[in-house]
Design a protein. Structure first.
Length: 156
């Protein structure tokens, strides 16, 4: 064989090899503009709703925390109000000191329907997020036998 014929054989083999075809009907990998825009529209709709849900949950948790704090402060102050016999002076009011500047309390003492019984309503008040007063009321009954040691017969 001659060199020229080897070269021709090599060219014939290359020509006989199948050429890669352009694939029609199959998309290249990636996203189309329509898919990207549809995703952005969905995100634009869902994101504000999700953020509002998170905001509502955060506000509910804050309100719940404030109510729990108010209940604990009121329960403590009510026990002190009874133990120190302040209830015998009628109602009262005040704050919870420097540690709890957002809360204040009032107490009212009423005659109850039964003889020698008093109803004590302890209201704890604080400012809500909207600036309006919010409050809880703790109520108990106490036996008043007219002596200085009447707090021993409390219903607390």
């Amino acid at each position: 064989m001659t060199i020229g014929s080897e070269s021709n054989a090599s060219n014939e083999t290359a020509a006989a090899a199948p050429k890669p075809r352009a694939r029609r009907g199959r998309r290249a990998s990636g996203f189309t503009l329509i898919e990207v825009l549809a995703t952005l529209v969905i995100i634009a709709i869902v994101l504000p709703v999700a953020m509002q849900g998170i905001s509502i949950a955060t506000n509910a948790a804050s309100d719940s925390r404030r109510r729990v704090e108010a209940a604990a402060l009121g329960e403590s102050r009510l026990a002190e109000f009874i133990a120190t016999l302040e209830w015998q002076n009628g109602g009262g009011g005040g704050d919870f000191g420097e540690d709890w500047p957002d809360y204040r309390w009032t107490a009212d003492v009423y005659d109850w329907s039964e003889t020698n019984m008093k109803e004590i309503d302890m209201r704890v008040i604080w400012k809500g997020r909207s600036g309006q007063d919010k409050s809880i009321i703790l109520t108990t009954l106490i036996y008043d036998n007219g002596t200085a040691d009447s707090s021993l017969g409390t219903g607390f």
